[in-house]
Design a binder for this molecule. Sequence first.
Ligand code: VG1
Ligand code: CO
Length: 543
Amino acid sequence: MAIQTVATSPIPGQRPGTSGLRKKVSAFQQPHYLENFVQGVFDTLGAAAGQTLVLGGDGRYHNRAAIQVILKMAAAHGFARVLLGQGGILSTPAASCVIRKHGALGGIILSASHNPGGPEGDFGIKYNGANGGPAPEALTEAIYQRTLALAEYRISDAPDIDIDSRGTRTVDAMPVEVIDPVADYAQLMEQLFDFAAIRRLFAGGFTMCFDAMHAVSGPYARAILEGMLGAPAGSVINGQPLEDFGGLHPDPNPVNAEQLIALMAAPGAPGFGAASDGDADRNMIVGRSFEVAPSDSLAVLAANAGVAPGYAGGLAGIARSMPTSRAADRVADALGIPCYETPTGWKYFGTLLDAGKATLCGEESYGTGSNHIREKDGLWAVLFWLNLLAVRGGSVRDIVSAHWQRFGRHYYSRHDYEAIDPDAARRLMQDLRIKLANLPGQNMNHYQVQSADDFEYTDPVDGSHASQQGIRIMMTDGSRIVYRLSGTGTEGATLRVYLERYEADPAQHHIPTQQALAGLIAIADSVASIAMHTGRSNPTVIT
Ligand code: VG1
Ligand code: CO
C-alpha cells in the first residue's frame, strides 16, 4: 500500500455557504470533486501528525462512498487516527460532542442537513474545528482559496475498510476507530437534563411522538427517548436512517412534517410532538394542535432554563441570529443578561460560546442549542422541553401562552421564495439597498419606517467583520421586515423574507399568525417588488 499523488486542477465554485459546501450529489460524483475539497481542507489545516480527526455523516446517499475516500486521504495526510461513527453515521451535534470529548483537531461532517437527499438530491461536506464548531468564515475562505490553487491531491491506495462493525482497523498505517455514534452524545445529555424526572413523566403515562423523518436523529432518539427515558416503544416514528430519507424532506417545519402535524391534531394526540432534520441539529416543537415558533422556543427555554440541572447555575447570555425574533431579548432583559445578535449561521455563535459570553443560542430556522457543544442540537431541545414539561406540568400550549402573557407575543413568520432566478434575486436585493436611505419616515399601511439598513456584524470577541447579512426595515412600533438570500440552497436562489410584529396585549395573542402579519406581508412585497422581480405571487414555503 502506498500514498498516491494524483494530478488535479481547480474546480470552480467550492466556496462553502452558510453551513459547508452543498451541491447536487451529481456534482460530488464528478472526478476529483470531493478529493479537491478535502485536499483544500487538509492543506489549510497544515500538519496532522499526532492529531485525531472525527468523521461521520447523516447517512444520506453518497455518505458511504465519500467516507472511504476521506479515510484514504486522511491516511495520506498523516493523521494519527480517525474516529468514525459506525456505519458512517454521526449526527452534526454528536460529531461536535465527539470532537470536543476526544480532543480532536477537528472533524469532517458529511451532510446537506435539511436539503433533500437521494441520488437526485443534495450532498454536503463541512469542517469543524477543535472546539467542535463550524469553521469560521476566515477558515472557510482560506479553504476555498486553496481549492483554486490545487495541482494535486494525496490519497492512499489501500482497500476500502469495513465501517459497519465497531473496533479498530487500519487504512495504510492509520488506525480508524469505528465508534458507537450515540454513546458519547447520550452521556452528555444525561448530564444536562433531569432524566429521572423525565422517566417519571413517561412512567405516569405521558406520550410523545418524535418524527426522525428517516434521517440521522432516529438512532439517537430511539436510544435516548425509548431506551434511557422509557418513552413507549413507537414514540419515535420514521426512525430508520435511509439514504433517500424515504422520500421525505427532512426539513422539520409544518409543511414537510405533515404526518406529525396531522397526528398532533388528531383525537388522542400525544402530549408532545417533535421532529428533526437530516443531520439532527434542528428541532420543531409541537403541542396538541399547536406549533411552537422556533424563536418562541428559544425564549421559553431561556426563561425556564433553571429547570434543567445543566443550566441551574444561570445563563451568562443569550445569542440569536439577526432574523430570529426578539422574544429572546425580552427574556434576557428580564434576567439582566446580554443578548447578542449575530448573522445567520451557527458559525457566528462559536466565539461567544468559547468566550463564555452566551449560554443559549437560537435561530428562527428551527435551531436551538447551548454551550454544551458548538452546533445547534435537535434532540437537546426536545429533552429540554421534556424536562420543562416534567417539572412544570401542563401542556406545550399552556407553557407558551403563559410566556406570552408575561413577555408579550412576537408574531413571527418566514416566507421563502425558492429556486428563483439568481440574477433576479440579486437585482431585488440591489434595488432594495438603493432604496434604504429614503425609507425612514415613510408611512406604509398603518406602519411608519423608523430605520432601514443592511445588517453588519463585528464579532465582539475576535473583531472579525461580516457585511451584507440581511436587509432590515424597522417600524416605529418595533415591527420588522428582513430580507436575505439563502446560503444553503443548490438550485437557483432562495429569497427569505422574515416578518415580525410585537403584541403586548394578551387579548390579542391568539390571532392566526399570517393574519396578524398581513399588513407587514403586503409592505414586504411592495417595498421589494417581490412579484415583479421573481415572477411569483406567493412564497413556496411559509413557516
Ligand atoms: C439556513 C438557515 C440558517 C441555518 C442554516 C444551516 O441558512 O436560515 O439559520 O443556520 O440553514 O442549517 P440559509 O443561508 O439557507 O438561510 V442546517 O440545519 O441546514 O445545517
Ligand atoms: Co441541519
